[in-house]
Design a protein around this ligand. Structure first.
Ligand code: GLC
Length: 541
């Protein structure tokens, strides 16, 4: 379809080109002064969320959990964690958010449960237990050794020995996160009922945790050694994880879930945490002949270097690898990988604005992590105050708590996140000027810059169209036409001169204040990290 037709076509589903915002619930806003963010806090913050121009929020795990992995160890898929509120609070949030034009997605953790989940407690009671086969069990190898060479996220073997039955159970993460056995038809059947349970309550979709991991090789074969083209974690652990995850059988599950999602009105959305570094295989999760996930996270983008050539290369490879009509997903921060202002931008607000502008103008759906809109950075938390067991188990790896610190609303004690007298569950970073109140008042802040981008995305002027054409690429700058606009970005700390083959058009937004509405010619002088988007209206190539 020509871009012009797409612009006037209302048949695109609501999540196509949407802007989502990940709320790490424990860290966003505490309504009751116990030091932990909660659902009522999000309800209080809906005006703020609406001011960001977002279409939906994804809530990090909300279900009951012993919190050995902060909610990614679920003990009841049909409830709400008492630290965060009640099911009524969640239903109220869904309803009130809708009044602000905001949909609510939850986090679904289908790869594993908590070891405290009644299914696993039952499974542990012995080999004939009703739920025994809901998990992955195997006998020891000679000398009581683990059944194979699989390694968990902590770097230790992915198997824990159960003395009582003389068998090992599998856990690709902590021993308190036993993997479910997706070969047992009772497991997929149960998760279909979990999907329906929440979707019937108005939840707009799910982010699917470890979306590539559900099935394990039936024969539990050893993983082969890693080779130099494998992703960094595979190289670190020495194995290519082809048998304990990335199994083809998972695609059938997503084909089924897609049908259920699309059967709702409006359709519910499936956003996969697809930890996949091969673009073709990433594309497979969208479905080739039959539709699967609506949206898939793009980790090659997250881990790209932030230079013009690197970013342009990853974006173009992504667009080439996805099936026709698939919606790319752009995000650069989350609760695992850290915050892009630190990873990409050396915490320099000019570079943060340039990164936001590039992500916002790429064709597709965008996911902000809470605080990205402020330029919030990773926080250096002393090891003795860190809480994340998974990263603590790997001393050389930066802890994940660095990117989970409370949202700074004001410059005062506890930053307005919780009562000044409370003890926040994690310490806040330096927030005397980096906070919502201060940035709201400053026309040149990252927050006010984001709001202009968010409004342009929401109005459909940027970020929604399928076609991208690079019009200039050198060591400093990347300029591309996406739909009807031209983005010109200097992704370097030095000034740059850019010559385009024709004028870029009226500037819609620039990282430098006061340029909106100015006609940008074909010859542009850009400051360090300066980026702009102009209403190019170049002919469709
Ligand atoms: C995902 C989550 C991460 C969690 C892991 C196990 O990668 O994003 O936080 O530790 O899955 O559930």
């Amino acid at each position: 379809m020509a871009d012009q037709d797409r612009l006037s076509d209302n048949s695109w589903p609501w999540w196509h080109g949407a802007t989502f915002y990940q709320v790490y619930v424990r860290s966003w806003r505490d309504s009751n002064g116990d030091g932990t963010g909660d659902l009522a806090g999000i309800i209080d913050g809906l005006d703020y969320l609406e001011s960001l121009g977002i279409d939906g929020i994804w809530l990090s795990p909300t279900m009951p959990s012993p919190n050995t992995d902060w909610g990614y160890d679920v003990s009841d898929y049909y409830g709400v964690h008492p630290d965060l509120g009640t099911t009524d609070d969640l239903e109220r949030l869904v309803k009130e958010a809708a009044g602000h034009g905001i949909s609510v997605l939850l986090d679904l953790v289908p790869n594993h449960t908590s070891s405290a989940h009644p299914w696993f407690v039952d499974a542990l009671s012995g080999p004939s237990a009703e739920h025994r086969d809901w998990y992955v069990w195997a006998p020891p190898k000679a000398g009581n050794a683990p059944p194979n060479n699989w390694i968990s996220a902590t770097g230790a073997p992915a198997w824990t020995f159960d003395e009582a039955s003389g068998q090992y159970y599998l856990h690709n993460f902590l021993p308190t996160q036993p993997d479910l056995n997706w070969w047992n038809p009772a497991v997929p059947a149960e998760f279909e009922s979990v999907l329906r349970f929440w979707w019937d309550r108005g939840v707009a979709g799910f982010r699917i945790d470890v979306a590539h991991g559900l099935y394990k090789d039936r024969q539990l074969r050893d993983n082969p050694p890693a080779t130099p083209d494998d992703p960094p974690e595979a190289l670190r652990d020495g194995f290519r994880t082809v048998y304990n995850s990335h199994r083809p059988e998972v695609h059938e599950i997503y084909r089924r879930w897609r049908k259920i999602a699309d059967g709702y009105e409006p359709g519910r959305v499936l956003l996969g945490e697809t930890w996949e570094f091969d673009y073709e295989r990433l594309g497979d999760y969208y479905g080739r002949d039959e539709a699967e996930l609506h949206l898939c996270f793009n980790f090659p983008f997250v881990f790209s270097r932030f230079s013009a050539r690197d970013i342009a290369g990853v974006v173009e490879a992504t667009l080439a690898g996805l099936p026709a009509g698939a919606t790319p997903t752009w995000t650069a921060s989350n609760h695992d990988v850290g915050r892009f202002p630190s990873r990409w931008c050396g915490n320099d607000p000019r570079a943060v604005k340039a990164a936001l502008l590039v992500m916002a103008t790429l064709p597709g759906t965008m996911v902000l992590y809470y605080g990205d809109e402020l330029g919030m950075t990773d926080v250096d938390i002393p090891r003795h105050l860190q809480l994340d067991e998974i990263s603590l188990a790997r001393p050389g790896v930066p802890g994940r708590d660095r990117c989970r610190t409370p949202m700074p609303w004001t410059g005062g004690k506890n930053g307005g996140f919780t009562a000044p007298s409370a003890r926040p569950w994690l310490p806040l970073g330096e927030h005397s000027s980096l906070n919502v109140q201060a940035e709201h008042a400053d026309p040149a802040s990252v927050l006010n810059f984001w709001r202009r981008l968010g409004a342009l995305r929401r109005s459909g002027q940027i970020g929604t169209l399928g076609h991208l054409e690079t019009v200039l690429l050198d060591d400093q700058c990347w300029a591309y036409r996406a739909g009807e606009t031209i983005t010109v970005a200097n992704l370097s700390p030095e000034p740059a001169e850019v010559k385009l083959r024709r004028g870029a058009g009226k500037i819609l937004v620039s990282t430098s204040l006061g340029q909106e509405g100015i006609e940008a010619g074909g010859h542009l002088s850009l400051g360090p990290w300066q980026a702009l988007v102009a209403a190019g209206a170049w002919p469709v190539p």
